[in-house]
Design a protein around this ligand. Structure first.
Ligand code: NAP
Length: 895
């Protein structure tokens, strides 16, 4: 039915009951639903909000337990869409209590006259997409039905409490309360024996206040959680002043930040700080009483590196032991099984100190699990506890529970959402689902949601959705639906992001692990609020990429594709490079390009310490050449890797790949000797190739003098250095040595033709461009020489070469010639392993401590080098983030 006809009749009778007709139906009258209603109305849509609760508030309507507060600072946990609203409301505390937040939402409701379009005590029980009318039909608990063009779930991420999953709850004769469904009337606990089950945010907030009232409080803890003092009080003066000084900038920075609160990105990594410096940072964070601060501001690797994270865990455990007097209780309260931040940490007020009270007992369920709840109390494997009141703080069926509570939600072709999500939620952007046209979720699974300041993420989602609806209306479209390609691409990007952070290492509600039988997967988007916002904007900017749009009088539009194919950190790095607006390197001239590289390299992380770094001179093809040697900290002698840096035979030197050489020296436990071979235009072909060979020969002959293990050496190189390494292997075979045990070729130049697809697909936009490669070739090698195997090793004889490991990157002009070389080696009978870096660009694998998703690839390269040298593979180095699959052996048939 056309919208005009629908709008003409705001309601109509169907089968005896009334069906209300609106453009948009929103489920949920919390932060998201209220703002949506306001925006939808302003955009000219008819809209209704439906909520099971008796009033506005969403999660804050239900969570009335003692101690309930927000734990993002309230100045950040507020609407920002209207500057006048911001000044009209003043929060009284740093972290507002639940009643104050509810008052705020009531204030907003009245201010924008929202109540008249909200139906309370209206539980939506089913939603069905009617293909004929292209509308959603919603059924409600009281029999009323709603017909809408667009159906928006603003149901919250933590609003469906999960059942306690403990035998005997029904037998208990005392009082039972759930923190997530706390009664409106006062709960009297004085003189009673109270049990709390659960020590997540809700339990940790409630326990100190319950202990104040109860005669005896027994806390049943399954998993200890990290909790930090909130230091509640007035909003901190420095943050308030920052906001007041320039509200618009503050809010804008929040929108583009990682977590939705304006804090800078840390650049210093843990191992660059001394123990004292780390402790000082930690004490500052502990004193700040701010979750976002302590989760993001200690050091750059705290959320992505297990070692960097473990330092924080230890400092917090130390604090717990400092507060809790009984050492056994302190030990039981100390988290042991997850990285800090991988499970949602809590903010507390006197939580740990509460265990020093005589009326409080901690029961460690890891040592004595609950057997059952009885009529009079709780029985564990070891004891029974007589209890008058049980408080379940056992959490929620998070992210998907409230969406699936409307059941069934039936989309195109009768497909139900519970079937579509049987193996975990599948979404595009966390906003939409393929096969469910015109259905939107606000802060759904697949969006930053619970890993962000919800207020910021809610506004971003609501704005994006309403802006799209307006644009569709203007263009004559009436349906919008994500494509399967876009959705699958988003799942891949989600997985890539999740591989970067440590959330995957904990069993939490983020992953569905808290609900028995729920599919496992990191449900929130871990790539950050700012990057996510830019992706959503990009989708719209690229003609609604990944969406199919239809309308009665317009041609269907489907701009299909995946919005992000780069690894998440590669995307950020390339974005930063693009913002720098650098001149093309080839426009700088050789010396200018060298100066540029020197300056550019000054900005990168310095690389980690190794046993020793020393400089020396070796004998090249036409005279002495500098080298830099990296020695492991372990006792020698170590096998030697001869390394050739990248730079198109024109740029770089023996120091220019310093962080990479350090990293590989640490990973392999082998000596790296980086060779300063001669460069063009001063020394053109075959100077670099001949130097590579001569240097390898010299290093092999002087292995013992260098502190290395005599015998075969291994060669390695990146880019043009990979070219030199490959050529060196061919020359060593043909010229009677030295013996080479293996070759590691990273994004190597192997051939002089530029017509392979990767040269076209990745001609621009990925730092190393096609025109830069033309320039390098022109400077180094005249056209007549280019088919010489000393510069195009792919054209050489390939049998009897050392075993090889060839790494290539998807978004690299050199990708296909690297793959071609690996396949040609295999065809010639050389054992080859090939690693294809999905989502990476030419420099990805070299950007140590910048492109974290390159770590897995380097771990695999290191293992290959160790294998070449006859060393056992390192146990710690498995497939890391960012590589689709482990390297694979290619057999001769592949050629
Ligand atoms: P939660 O973090 O999931 O914690 C539930 C607790 O109950 C956990 O300690 C869990 O142990 C335990 N538990 C669950 N089932 C159990 C069983 N059968 N037997 C024994 N113990 C069991 O839930 P929550 O505390 O309600 O918090 C959920 C989220 O809501 C928070 O992480 C936060 O994002 C949000 N929240 C925010 C605020 C705020 O803003 N101030 C306040 C409250 C909640 P395991 O860890 O072993 O599973």
């Amino acid at each position: 039915m056309p919208d005009a006809a629908v709008a003409a009749s705001s309601s109509q009778a169907t089968g005896g009951s009334t069906t209300q007709q609106v453009d948009v139906a929103v489920v949920g009258a919390g932060f998201a639903g209220l703002y949506l209603l306001h925006r939808l109305r302003k955009a000219g849509f008819t809209a209704i909000v439906l909520d099971e609760a008796g009033d506005v508030g969403g999660t804050w309507y239900w969570n009335r337990y003692p101690g309930a507060r927000c734990d993002i600072q309230t100045i950040d946990y507020s609407y920002t869409f209207d500057p006048e609203l911001e000044t009209a409301w003043k929060w009284s505390e740093k972290y507002a209590t639940q009643p104050e937040i509810l008052r705020y939402l009531g204030f907003v409701t009245e201010r924008y006259d929202l109540r008249r379009d909200i139906r309370f005590r209206t539980k939506v029980t089913a939603a069905n997409w009617d293909q004929a009318t292209e509308r959603w039909q919603l059924a409600t608990y009281d029999g009323a039905t709603i017909s809408c063009r667009y159906y928006i779930m603003a149901t919250g991420c933590l609003s469906a409490p999960k059942p306690p999953e403990i035998d005997g709850v029904k037998d208990f004769k005392g009082e039972v309360y759930f923190t997530g469904r706390w009664p409106h009337e006062e709960v009297k606990l004085a003189g009673k024996r109270v049990a709390v089950i659960g020590t997540g945010s809700s339990g940790i907030q409630a326990i100190p206040l319950l202990a104040d009232q109860a005669a005896q409080l027994t806390v049943f803890q399954r998993t200890p959680n990290f909790a930090l003092p909130a230091h509640n009080g007035p909003a901190p003066a420095d943050r308030a002043a920052l906001l007041e000084s320039d509200r618009a900038t503050y809010r804008e920075q929040a929108r583009w930040s990682l977590a939705g609160v304006p804090w800078p990105q840390q650049t210093v990594v843990s191992w660059q700080l001394s123990d004292a410096e780390r402790r000082e940072r930690f004490e500052q964070a502990w004193a700040a009483g701010d979750l976002v601060y302590i989760l993001t501001q200690l050091w750059a690797d705290q959320a992505v590196d297990v070692d960097g994270n473990a330092l924080i865990c230890e400092l917090i455990r130390e604090k717990i032991h400092g507060i809790v007097k009984d050492p056994e209780t302190a030990a039981a309260l100390s988290p042991f099984d997850h990285p800090f931040g991988a499970k949602r940490p809590c903010l507390d007020t006197n939580y740990y100190a509460t265990y020093n009270r005589p009326n409080v007992t901690l029961v460690n369920l890891r040592q004595e699990p609950i057997r059952q709840i009885t009529a009079s109390g709780i029985a564990t494997d070891k004891r029974t506890f007589d209890i008058d009141v049980i408080v379940f703080a056992t959490g929620f069926d998070a992210m998907t529970g409230a969406i699936m509570a409307v059941h069934p939600i039936t989309g195109r072709g009768g497909k139900s959402l519970s079937d579509a999500w049987a193996n975990g939620p599948q979404t595009y952007l966390g906003l939409t689902v393929a096969d469910f046209p015109n259905l939107f979720m606000i802060t759904g699974p697949g969006s930053p949601s619970v890993l962000s300041n919800m207020a910021v993420s809610i506004e971003q989602h609501a704005d994006w959705v309403v802006d799209r609806l307006v644009a569709m209306k203007e263009a004559g479209f009436t349906t919008l639906e994500a494509t399967q390609t876009a959705q699958a691409g988003w799942a891949q990007h989600m997985a890539d992001c999740a591989a970067l952070t440590l959330h995957r290492l904990a069993n939490t509600w983020y992953t569905g692990a808290n609900v028995p039988g729920k599919a496992w997967g990191v449900m929130p988007y871990t790539g950050g609020v700012g990057p996510y916002r830019s992706i959503c904007n990009d989708v719209a900017g690229r003609g609604m990429l990944g969406f199919r749009l239809t309308g009665p009088n317009v041609a269907e539009q489907c701009n299909d594709g995946e919005i992000v194919r780069l690894q998440p950190d590669v995307r950020l790095v390339l974005g930063m490079l693009a913002e720098m607006n650098l001149p093309p390197i080839e426009s700088l001239g050789a010396q200018g390009a060298r100066d540029f590289l020197t300056e550019f390299n000054k900005g990168r992380p310095a690389g980690r310490p190794v046993g020793e770094v020393g400089d020396g001179m070796l004998q090249g093809a036409a005279g002495p050449l500098p080298y830099r040697l990296y020695r492991p900290a372990t006792p020698g002698p170590h096998p030697i890797v001869v390394y050739f840096h990248g730079g198109g035979w024109v740029l770089g030197d023996e120091q220019s790949d310093d962080p990479f050489c350090r990293d590989m020296c640490r990973r392999t436990g082998m000596i790296f000797v980086s060779v300063g071979y001669r460069h063009a235009p001063e020394h053109r072909f075959p100077a670099a190739a001949e130097d590579g060979y001569a240097a390898t020969r010299w290093i092999a002959e002087h292995a013992a003098d260098l502190g290395g293990k005599p015998g075969p050496v291994t060669v390695a190189g990146w880019s043009a250095g990979g070219n030199i390494a490959a050529v060196t292997c061919q020359l060593a075979r043909d010229r009677g040595g030295p013996q080479i045990a293996g070759q590691l070729l990273i994004c190597p130049v192997t051939d002089c033709t530029f017509d392979r697809p990767s040269y076209t697909e990745n001609a621009t936009g990925y730092f190393v461009t096609r025109s830069l490669m033309y320039w390098f070739w022109d400077i180094y090698c005249s056209p007549a020489d280019r088919t010489d195997p000393r510069v195009s090793p792919l054209r050489g004889k390939l049998d009897n070469l050392p075993q090889a490991f060839v790494a290539t990157c998807e978004f690299d002009p050199l990708r296909d010639e690297g793959i071609a070389y690996a396949e040609a080696l295999a065809a010639a009978g050389v054992p080859v392993e090939q690693l294809k870096g999905r989502g990476h660009f030419h420099s990805s694998l070299m950007m140590v401590d910048v492109v974290i998703t390159g770590v897995g690839a380097r771990a695999q390269m290191a293992n290959a080098l160790r294998r070449f040298a006859g060393l056992p593979e390192s146990k710690h180095e498995g497939v890391g983030p960012g590589v689709a699959a482990p390297p694979h052996q290619i057999d001769a048939a592949a050629g």
